[in-house]
Design a protein around this ligand. Structure first.
Ligand code: ADP
Ligand code: MG
Length: 318
């Protein structure tokens, strides 16, 4: 029977090395050298089995996603990630499960040079809580409240794919592999977020659905957002899998995509495209911020009303 300390040894054996980790896993707390002149940016997110990922999700994909959703929050702030901690609650001390979990977690941590510096390991229902720490120059973060009237609204990637996979999975039939990949292995848009610092005004990562998260920008900025459904980028897989009505609902209200939604004045549209090219991340202009409140959606020139503005983790479908 594997013990808690054996699990921690397995975790410690695989962490990414960084010079600024003065003391990592093994003591009562980690000691990190924060560079002078930078601000520390901290985000945390929990993944619970059956709530945040389907129960049949591979452990490696759970590991990837647990870190990805947290890195996505740093991307949306324009921060560069440095360190993280993991609190792991699991029913039994399952070493093969932890090894597989680390396969996915580590692949993403290594890609972004994120060092795992501590955490907690307890017995309980399967739940993973990750906290990430990143760095940003003072005054340079991308805040939700910084949108201006007249700003263009942009989105990265193709929203709706993750929700499309979840809908197919819940229906019990075949799940398109390309859609399932977007659900299980979201891409934190760190390079784009970094490149948008000094270019974009406001930014948020889309975890609860485009309309809900764009609504946060609108509310925090004291403005209205208007988007056009025809302008939303759509993946070939989503287009093939759903009729137009369902596809629009998934694109507008489906969660779990972890794309960046951001605003920038039309005068810097070329700089936005430059940031997209530099970070090899597709971006699409989908609407405009203006005076007023709320998020309005148009389709072929007419108002379009979604069923439910966001993604409820406990709801049956979008
Ligand atoms: P304490 O009892 O002092 O809280 P623990 O026995 O919980 O210490 O943890 C021992 C060391 O292992 C600490 O450095 C802690 O941060 C680290 N650790 C425990 N669980 C994990 C985990 N799941 N991931 C990374 N580090 C962990
Ligand atoms: Mg201790």
């Amino acid at each position: 029977m594997t013990g808690e300390f054996d699990l921690i040894d397995r975790i410690r054996a695989r962490v990414v090395a960084r010079d600024d980790v003065r003391l990592g896993i093994g003591d009562d707390a980690a000691v990190l050298a924060v560079p002078a002149g930078l601000h520390l940016v901290v985000a945390t997110d929990t993944l619970n089995a059956d709530v945040h990922f389907p129960a049949d999700t591979a452990p490696a994909d759970i590991g990837w996603k647990a870190l990805a959703v947290n890195l996505s929050d740093l991307a949306a702030m324009g921060a560069v990630p440095a360190w993280c901690t993991v609190s792991l609650s699991m029913p039994t001390a399952d070493a093969p499960w932890v090894d597989a979990f680390l396969d996915g977690f580590d692949a993403l941590a290594r890609a972004h040079a994120v060092a795992l510096v501590g955490g907690d390991t307890t017995r309980g229902p399967l739940s993973i809580c990750v906290t990430v720490h990143g760095l940003v120059a003072p005054g340079r973060v991308l805040r939700r409240s910084a949108a201006c009237a007249g700003d263009d609204i942009w989105i990265s990637g193709t929203p709706g794919d993750a929700a499309g996979a979840l809908r197919q999975w819940r229906a019990g039939g075949a799940v398109d592999p390309a859609l399932r990949e977007r659900l299980d292995r979201p891409t934190p848009r760190l390079a784009l977020g970094d490149a948008l610092v000094g270019v974009a005004h406001a930014a948020i990562d889309v975890s609860d659905g485009l309309l809900a998260d764009l609504g946060h920008i609108a509310r925090a900025s004291g403005l209205a957002a208007e988007i056009d459904l025809d302008d939303l980028p759509v993946s070939a897989a989503l287009r093939a899998a759903f009729d137009a009505d369902m596809r629009y609902r998934l694109q507008a209200s489906g969660g779990d995509d972890y794309e960046l939604c951001f605003t920038a004045p039309p005068s810097v549209a070329d700089a936005v495209r430059g940031a997209a090219r530099a970070s090899a991340t597709p971006v699409t202009r989908i609407g405009r911020m203006q005076a007023g409140a709320g998020v309005s959606v148009r389709l072929a020139g007419a108002p379009w009303a979604p069923q439910g503005a966001g993604w409820d983790h406990f709801a049956a479908s979008p």
